[in-house]
Design a protein around this ligand. Structure first.
Ligand SMILES: Nc1ncnc2c1ncn2[C@@H]1O[C@H](COP(=O)(O)OP(=O)(O)O)[C@@H](O)[C@H]1O
Ligand SMILES: [Mg+2]
Length: 132
């Protein structure tokens, strides 16, 4: 387990940009932490590390956003595992892209067995603890 203390959103993005370098196609990364902790900020940094040039915005209403090398899921509003199945989530995980998943607890039965995890936790104004 490794812990990093971030002092700003940009520092979190830079940390995530470096983290992205060890990822391989098909990896699934669970982004964990409470609302507003910085899961989407982590996704922005990982995207940068993967060479994504588009802006990464929260997919809260779309459930999943697609970028060339990755998918970014936000399962906060997923009502049931069945709904996620109907949205074809299993196919996304099998597509050989890097998958970043916020609120993965809502789709737990659909997750592959060997997911990576990043936990981000509020420590104070602008401070976040990032645990891998
Ligand atoms: N060190 C930090 N790292 C990441 N986000 C931070 C940090 N300090 C403050 N923030 C703010 O916290 C919020 C995180 O939002 P977001 O990434 O959308 O959260 P989540 O996706 O976990 O709900 C942003 O408004 C961001 O500017
Ligand atoms: Mg988010």
């Amino acid at each position: 387990m490794a812990t990093f203390l971030s002092h700003s959103p940009e520092e979190t993005r830079s940390w995530a940009e470096q983290y992205a370098k060890q990822l391989s196609p098909g990896d699934v990364v669970l982004l964990e932490g409470e609302m507003g902790a910085g899961k989407t900020v982590l996704a922005q940094g990982i995207a940068r590390g993967l060479g994504v040039e588009e802006d990464v915005l929260s997919p809260t209403y779309a459930y999943v956003n697609s970028y060339a090398p990755m998918f970014h899921f936000d399962c906060y509003r997923i009502g049931s595992v069945r709904q996620a199945e109907e949205l074809g989530f299993a196919d996304y995980f099998d597509a050989g892209r890097i998958c970043l998943v916020e609120w993965s607890e809502n789709i737990a039965p659909l997750l592959p067995a060997d997911c990576k995890k990043i936990l981000i936790r509020k420590r104070g104004d602008g401070e976040r603890e990032i645990v891998t």
